[in-house]
Design a protein around this ligand. Structure first.
Ligand SMILES: Cc1ncc(COP(=O)(O)O)c(C=O)c1O
Length: 344
């Protein structure tokens, strides 16, 4: 059965690399292998399992993720191929046809589109996300879906208040938590796992999206309900990703610190370049730049100079470009901004 494509992910698919310039990232760019390797304990690679792994993911890594969220044990954690699989497994496990699912909108397109595909009655909680407008929408809801800090606005929701009043299961995509240098906002799990599921990963905060290592964490009954879906989808994580994830784990906050330094330096630069036409909160790794013809500009930049930037239209903010500035090399950011300037 065909599924509605994600306009955001379609943009990536239909504008493939190599790109001469890219402003399409949403966090600090991944380090090169040569930069990462010295951080790893010698011989880590001997831990790469080449057989099938446990469907729930490696026990030791699940324990470490549980500890990171202040949860008592691995029964609260399912390791996944990025937050994107965590979202998918959670929605598949929780949704029955006709379930009323309230979704913060705009949001990462996967969330409402997969929910609708699974037969949910999707109800939008529209921008600018007034809490007083949310409460009546939750009447009769079976699931509330949120993304905080939010891509691309960087907005942080008051999850403590929302989960206290929701009265239903809450799925929170927290993949951007800690990406920005603002103090790391509390996880929705800070007040316990009851009726809450969180998706997260190594992709944004620690800058390692190529690992495809993520997690679904929270209410152990809901986590257990997601496991049969794992058995029908990806079966298990790759042994190499698990071993590298374990090796990187003790160094993850060193990576985070380096990523924050990159974003602090580059945010100042893009704000100066934008000259008041863009907002780039310290909770995010992106800027929303005013650009009336966002799709036209992004398309022409790609066609003429192989530049890659995301038009706001494909992520719910038409009239803006979503501009990522996580470049590790300042010269690469300068060259991209100079090139894009000719199209604005
Ligand atoms: C809000 C949101 N959730 C999930 C994902 C997927 O992240 P991952 O690489 O962990 O699968 C993205 C990727 O951009 C995202 O923006």
């Amino acid at each position: 059965m065909p599924i509605s494509p994600s306009p955001l992910e379609r943009w990536f698919t239909t504008h493939p690399g190599p790109h001469a310039h890219s402003l399409a990232g949403t966090a600090a760019a991944a380090p090169a292998w040569d930069e990462l390797a010295p951080l790893l304990a010698p011989g880590w690679e001997r831990g790469i399992g080449l057989g099938y792994a446990d469907p729930e993911g490696d026990g030791e890594l699940r324990d470490r993720v549980a500890t990171m969220y202040g949860l008592p044990d691995r029964a609260h954690v399912l390791l996944t191929q990025g937050a994107v699989e965590a979202n998918w497994l959670a929605l598949a496990a929780l949704i029955e046809p006709g379930l009323r699912v309230v979704v913060q909108m705009p949001i990462y397109p996967q969330l409402p589109l997969v929910a609708a595909h699974l037969g949910a009655n999707v109800v939008a909680w529209p921008y600018p996300w007034d809490l007083e407008a949310l409460w009546p929408l939750l009447d009769g809801a079976g699931l509330l879906v949120l993304n905080t800090p939010h891509n691309p606005t960087g907005q942080v929701l008051n999850v403590a208040l929302i989960r206290a009043r929701a009265g239903c299961m809450v799925l929170v995509d927290e993949v951007y938590r800690g990406v920005g240098e603002a103090p790391i906002p509390p996880s929705a799990l800070s007040w316990g796992p009851d009726q809450v599921l969180v998706s997260g990963s190594m992709s944004k905060m620690f800058g390692l999206p190529g690992l495809r290592l993520g997690w679904l964490v929270g209410d152990p009954i809901a986590v257990a309900a997601a496991i049969p879906w794992r058995e029908h989808t990806t079966l298990a994580l790759a042994g190499a990703a698990t071993a590298l994830g374990l090796a990187v784990w003790p160094k993850r906050y060193a990576l985070l610190e380096a990523n924050h330094a990159i974003l602090t330096r580059n945010r100042a630069r893009v704000l100066a370049w934008a000259g008041g036409r863009g907002q780039a909160p310290a909770t995010a790794g992106v800027m929303l730049l005013e650009a009336a013809d966002d799709v036209g500009i992004a398309e022409r930049w790609y066609q003429e100079e192989r530049g890659m930037v995301i038009p706001g239209t494909v992520c719910g903010f038409p009239g803006h470009l979503r501009l990522g500035f996580g470049h590790r090399e300042p010269a690469a950011l300068e060259a991209a901004l100079a090139s894009l300037s000719r199209f604005l």
